[in-house]
Design a protein around this ligand. Structure first.
Ligand code: F6P
Length: 551
């Protein structure tokens, strides 16, 4: 048996012990449990004490990380090795937020190393110059006015990260108003269009490949909208491209000095720190964008330097291994108790599920164990009035991350206390549960009859011992947001190593893209329905019928 398999066996045998998912008894046995199971890195405090990981389980999890060579894998990523092995690429989003002196290099296919930090510095300088020139009015619209609005056209990582960050950081005094257009459904554009004046809108086409069908379809629509008012030459002055594909951006009509590039060693879901983040800089200000990068760098340094037993990204990843593989819990809830983080769960859905939704090892074998859980979330307290019922009393325990922010940026102290009290109460309730004695006493005190109490009792019981993790931040700003996002990015990297899967490819999105290309002509008036399974054929025929076409 390999050392890694031996470590898995040891871990899984601990998870199968009777009572392995109990949490209350751990607190009862160890009054110092909170002290022993919370850590801080930078501005983020992580509390794992409300999980069923005890000292033995933690030791076994850390032994697994050691056997899997996690720290060596981390160092290989930082050294620019091609750790994305199915695409033959280095993974260097850390270079995007590091100073030039950090000296990140990316290994090329011919074995040579490219100076990643130098090209990052160059791109950041160009982005800063452009951002400041737009804000100062040095760069103006085709009609000579200042730009007031931006629309970012992109999807997946070219939308979710920047959208999440501007939602978190933008406020009324920010320099420009941002809007995001992702969905191929033009109802999305119809919603946005009335809010925009073409003469004052800068259009950012964000696409690593510049071939993504949805983005290019939307970009053509918006380009046409600009052209109607500003003409062909005027329209070009409003276009900006964020892409690695220089040729396609030129073919689309974007002036060369309005193209901000990056490299294939930046994955889409890790790209908000690259030129894909230009909408953050334009809408929130260059200094805010710089603080976001600096925050991420704080977490990078922690991830690169901290011992495994105190390494926050690794500890978060090991907690997921315990829940998914040890206890068989295949769902995970993200609950930010801050409305500015309302797009954070959506960003993490792509980051985690596109990275970890894999069933083949890096060596090409079927995985032996479960991999990425289903992730979902909503900001608290809204979540409490939708799906939290299932977390408290449903048949499947769902581990949850609670994100709490000590100090808000608004002056409504009473609201903030209410918010925090609710966040704390939810994780306390999940842990504590509610037994028959307590429920009976409460119902008796309210004057209920004995038969009524017995009838309702089972419905009012809470099992408790349901796991949660709490992340506490002193405040939410660009610097702490950078740390938070980087924390989850590195967690994803760790899980990729622990599960021996490539967390940086996404082959699973290809088949649907290809099939949609072949279905497209079948939805044209002159099209004919091709060979499909009977369900797809039936659905296409019905759509054609309802659209008034021949079948
Ligand atoms: O959904 C697949 C994907 O490739 C994502 O990984 C990526 O973030 C998104 O599409 C958008 O890709 P692009 O930036 O090339 O348009």
């Amino acid at each position: 048996m390999t050392p890694t398999e031996a470590a898995w066996t040891r871990l899984l045998s601990l998870a199968q012990r009777p009572g392995a998912s109990a949490i209350r008894s751990l607190f009862a046995r160890d009054p110092n449990r909170y002290a022993a199971f919370h850590w801080q890195a930078g501005d983020i405090m992580l509390d794992l004490s409300k999980t069923s990981i005890d000292n033995a389980a933690m030791a076994a999890l850390l032994a697994l990380a050691d056997a899997a060579g996690l720290m060596a894998a981390r160092d290989a990523m930082a050294a620019g090795e091609r750790v994305n092995n199915t695409e033959g690429r280095a993974v260097l989003h850390m270079a995007l937020r590091a100073p030039r002196s950090a000296g990140f290099r990316a290994r090329e296919s011919d074995g040579r190393y490219e100076d990643a930090s130098a090209s990052v510095e160059e791109t950041l300088a160009a982005m800063e110059h452009f951002t400041r020139a737009v804000h100062s009015g040095e760069i103006r619209s085709a009609t000579g006015e200042t730009f007031t609005d931006i629309i970012n056209i992109g999807i997946g990582g070219s939308d979710l990260g920047p959208f999440m960050a501007t939602r978190a950081l933008w406020h009324e005094a920010s320099p420009m108003r941002p809007l995001y257009l992702a969905n191929a459904d033009a109802h999305n554009w119809e919603l946005i269009r009335p809010r925009l004046n073409p003469a004052r809108t800068l259009v950012l086409v964000a696409s690593k490949t510049f071939t993504t069908a949805e983005t290019m379809a939307n970009a053509r629509v918006v380009r046409g909208w600009l052209e109607q008012t500003l003409g062909k030459d005027g329209m070009r002055q409003h276009l900006v491209a964020l892409s690695t594909n220089k040729k396609a951006t030129a073919d689309f009509g974007v002036p060369a000095d309005r193209v901000f590039g990056f490299h294939d060693w930046v994955g889409g879901r890790f790209s908000l720190w690259s030129s894909i983040g230009l909408s953050i800089a334009l809408s929130c200000g260059w200094d805010e964008f710089s603080r976001l990068l600096a925050g991420a760098r704080v977490m990078d340094e922690h991830f690169l330097e901290a011992q495994p037993a105190r390494n926050l990204p690794l500890l978060l990843a090991l907690t997921t291994v315990w829940h998914v593989n040890g206890l068989g819990l295949g769902n995970h809830a993200i609950l930010p108790y801050d409305h500015r983080l309302s797009r954070f769960p959506a960003h993490l859905q792509q980051l985690e599920m596109e990275s970890l939704g894999k069933r083949t090892t890096k060596g090409g074998q079927p995985v032996k164990r479960l991999t990425g859980p289903v992730l979902f979330g909503e900001p608290g307290t809204n979540a409490q009035h939708s799906f939290m019922q299932l977390l408290h009393q449903g048949t499947t325990p769902v581990p949850a991350d609670f994100l709490l922010i000590a100090n808000p940026s608004h002056p409504y102290a009473a609201n903030h206390r209410l918010l925090l009290a609710n966040g704390l109460a939810q994780s306390e309730a999940l842990l504590r549960g509610r037994g028959a004695e307590e429920v009976r006493a409460e119902m008796t005190a309210s004057g209920m009859s004995a038969p009524e109490i017995e009838r309702l009792l089972p419905h009012r019981l809470f099992p408790g011992d349901r796991p949660s993790t709490t992340l506490l931040l002193p405040r939410l700003d660009a610097h702490t947001l950078g740390q938070l996002v980087a924390l989850y990015e590195h967690k994803v990297f760790c899980l990729g190593v622990l599960w021996d899967i490539d967390a940086f490819d996404q082959w699973g999105v290809e088949l649907g893209k290809q099939l949609s290309t072949s279905i497209l002509p079948e939805l044209m008036p002159e099209g004919r329905v091709g060979p499909h399974d009977p369900s797809t054929t039936g659905l296409i025929e019905k759509l054609r019928e309802w659209q008034g076409m021949d079948i």
